[in-house]
Design a protein around this ligand. Structure first.
Ligand code: GZL
Length: 306
């Protein structure tokens, strides 16, 4: 519209127009998630970037609403942690039409046209599942009844961790996943599902594989309340590497955690700034994972950043 007085662009310290970035976060379901949110919030502040934040309470429709609002506001870029893999094409096409780059963090999307997002910054979930299974083979000598606490149904984290874990377990006929159910990445639900596993299982449960530490911590509570010793009577391995997992390993209740680094803020905003400057950004920016078991927990816990 002619003659409308546009808001003067706020200049950053370096005289450049201050970037405005919309961040659609899944929620606050786990301590990993809150660490990721803090990393992105603090990095935006450090770079003098205005961050419009939306917490979707685990609902994809809330994320889609937030993205459409960011697009209508004409943000310079969007950061999206997609709760599930599918259902994103229409809103991503809307962003593309307005030339707004979309940087995915931590979880991926399934789209027919990869140009609908700029890059995915995150760890390799299939590898995390494989690393967990390889540790299980080593620890059990290839023989155990396993129960699996799955993450959010339809999320790339749950799908790919289960894929990686199953690939390795399939090579060992005496490693059997006897029950598997979603604990939705939360401590409360992880406890509830573990209680049900313990009540209903006709076979002895030797080991728990949890797709994240928060569900493992819930399972630990359930195992203790059932009168068994977590970490001894039932071996427990999970993924994320949060402080609570290190505390549980020091206490001898968790046996191993595969790190999935949530401190994605700096790498995510590097990608935002390159995309906004019109540079080509690689489609996948991988963050490295490490495996930590009880033998190193005590010496490392003091240095953990999340
Ligand atoms: C992994 C992330 C997962 C974590 C959970 O990148 O998507 O979601 O493993 C979190 O703790 O809830």
């Amino acid at each position: 519209m002619f003659g409308c007085s546009e808001e003067p662009a706020i200049k950053g310290k370096d005289g450049k127009k201050q970037l405005i970035v919309g961040f659609s976060q899944i929620g606050a379901e786990s301590s990993w998630r809150t660490a990721e949110t803090e990393s992105i919030r603090s990095e935006a502040k450090a770079r003098n970037i205005e961050l419009k934040f939306s917490d979707a309470q685990q609902k994809q429709e809330n994320q889609i609403k937030a993205l459409n609002a960011f697009i209508a506001q004409g943000v310079d870029a969007i950061i999206l942690a997609p709760v599930v893999e599918t259902g994103w094409e229409p809103v991503l096409r809307n962003a593309k039409k307005r030339n707004i780059p979309v940087i995915l963090v931590d979880r991926g999307v399934k789209v027919s046209d990869e140009s609908l997002y700029t890059t995915l910054v995150g760890t390799d979930f299939v590898l995390e599942g494989r690393l967990a299974a390889e540790w299980v083979v080593e620890k059990t000598g290839g023989k155990a009844n396993i129960v699996e606490l799955e993450g959010t149904p339809g999320s790339s984290a749950a799908i790919d961790r289960q894929k990686g874990f199953s690939e390795i377990i399939a090579k060992h006929p005496n490693l059997k996943v006897i029950q598997s159910q979603t604990g939705e990445f939360t401590r409360a639900k992880g406890k509830e599902v573990m209680e049900a596993f313990l009540k209903s299982s006709t076979n002895k449960i030797d080991l728990v594989f949890a797709h994240n530490d928060d569900m493992a911590l819930g399972a630990i509570q359930a195992i203790e309340e059932a009168g068994q010793k977590p970490g001894e009577d039932i071996i427990i391995i999970s993924i994320d590497g949060v402080k609570g997992a290190f505390e549980a390993m020091v206490a001898g209740k968790l046996n191993c955690t595969v790190e999935c680094n949530p401190l994605l803020g700096p790498v995510a905003f590097d990608a935002v700034e390159r995309a906004v400057a019109g540079e080509t950004v690689e489609k996948r920016i991988m963050i490295e994972d490490k495996v930590f078991d009880q033998s190193v927990a005590k010496e490392l816990i003091g240095g953990r950043k999340y």
